[in-house]
Design a protein around this ligand. Structure first.
Ligand SMILES: NC(=O)c1ccc[n+]([C@@H]2O[C@H](COP(=O)([O-])OP(=O)(O)OC[C@H]3O[C@@H](n4cnc5c(N)ncnc54)[C@H](O)[C@@H]3O)[C@@H](O)[C@H]2O)c1
Length: 349
């Protein structure tokens, strides 16, 4: 049921913007959609059944926002435009935002934009969907049931999935599963002009390795010459989890008698005892990550969940890997950069 008189703004109604519109319509009375593509705007109008109005530029909304800001403005155009759009809307008087990932394409903007929004009393959510999904609670419940101890490693491998485009979701997953930002990164990455969104946008393959406190690690290795989906391997001391992009999860343990006989960690063995196979995508209320995100928007709570670090900085942790790769150096996080390096805009989306 929508709240009477509530209104939302959606900037960019492409592949993910369309999904945002479908989440916004059940929640808000009216939605204004801004896109430069007329066909997209026609689709949005039809989808809205009288509740969607359209514009071709954000500037057309200056007067309306000054009088009555939108309850939420969703920024779902391409990565390099996210901060520019948020700043333009802030200038008109808009306060609350859902930004698509990556929040920003430079270290300076990642560090500044959250404060700019919150400094004027606004709120900022980022659609790093796994945070709002059932993955963390589901995996932690299984880990507790089987006394797995602390999660030690998350390793992602796959084909042409782009470290920036899709890898950021796994980096954020590692940050909230480990409850911390990484301390270090070392990367060897390369890009080809194969980004389906735009030829000017990068598409990164290669490997990045992040170190967290307690020798916990996140690694990701992608290859642009393969069309195979990625999956994530989760390692506990004596157990292994396998996570597919759709939330399918398999948990396997080592044979207890083998561990008893040879308890040393270097006496490795296969995790051959399957104890769980199922999908963990929906949260405890049966909601998808995106529906749950809009639930938190309605509740007005834009704080990071539990002990999870601020999702805004996942974009900085990602950019740190791109810088590490260029420099051929292992870097500490937060990354130390000159003003010029901080301002550098990376063509990620
Ligand atoms: N969170 C997720 O799971 C997820 C999934 C897909 C995409 N994304 C992110 O969402 C963003 C958009 O990706 P996409 O796949 O929807 O791209 P897309 O190319 O399908 O859509 C982008 C839309 O923005 C519009 N646009 C471009 N310039 C504009 C402008 N100046 N004003 C208004 N509209 C403009 C385009 O016409 C297009 O409709 C990217 O940053 C991407 O990384 C996130």
């Amino acid at each position: 049921m929508t709240k009477r008189g509530s209104k939302a703004l959606l900037v960019g109604c492409g592949s993910i913007g369309k999904k945002h519109l479908q989440e916004l319509l059940p929640v808000f009375d009216a939605v204004t959609v801004v896109d430069i593509n007329e066909e997209t705007l026609a689709w949005a109008k039809a989808e809205g059944d009288g509740r969607v109005s359209t514009r071709t530029s954000v500037a057309e909304l200056a007067g309306e926002i000054a009088t009555a800001p939108f309850d939420i403005a969703v920024v779902a155009n391409w990565g390099p435009d996210h901060v520019k759009t948020i700043r333009e809307l802030l200038g008109f008087g808009q306060r609350n935002f859902v930004a698509e990932k990556p929040l920003a394409d430079s270290i300076a903007d990642v560090r500044a934009i959250g404060d700019e929004v919150r400094g004027v009393g606004g709120k900022l959510w980022i659609n790093l969907t796994r945070r709002f999904s059932g993955l963390q609670a589901g995996i932690e419940k299984l880990a507790a049931e089987h006394s797995l101890g602390e999660l030690q490693s998350i390793n992602v491998i796959g084909g042409a999935r782009c470290f920036a485009t899709n890898g950021i979701h796994y980096l954020d997953f590692a940050n909230f599963m480990f409850g911390a930002r990484p301390l270090t990164v070392m990367a060897d990455l390369d890009t080809q002009n194969i980004n389906p969104r735009h030829a000017d946008l990068a598409f990164y393959e290669g490997t990045a390795v992040y170190g967290y406190s307690g020798r916990r690690r996140f690694s990701i290795s992608l290859n642009n010459s393969s069309s195979i989906n990625e999956y994530a391997q989760l390692l506990w001391r004596n157990a292994e989890g396998e996570l597919a992009p759709n939330g399918d999860f398999v948990l396997r343990l080592r044979v207890a008698a083998e561990i008893e006989q040879y308890p040393s960690v270097t006496r490795t063995g296969n995790a051959s005892v399957e104890v769980f196979r199922g999908n963990l995508w929906l949260n405890e209320n049966g909601l998808t990550g995106m529906t749950a995100l809009y639930q938190t928007v309605l509740e007005g709570d834009d704080s990071a969940h539990g002990s999870a670090p601020d999702p805004a900085f996942t974009a900085e942790d990602l950019l740190a890997a791109l810088i590490s790769s260029e420099k051929g150096e292992r870097l500490s996080i937060p990354v130390q950069v000159s003003e010029v390096e901080a301002e550098r805009q990376w063509s990620i989306s």
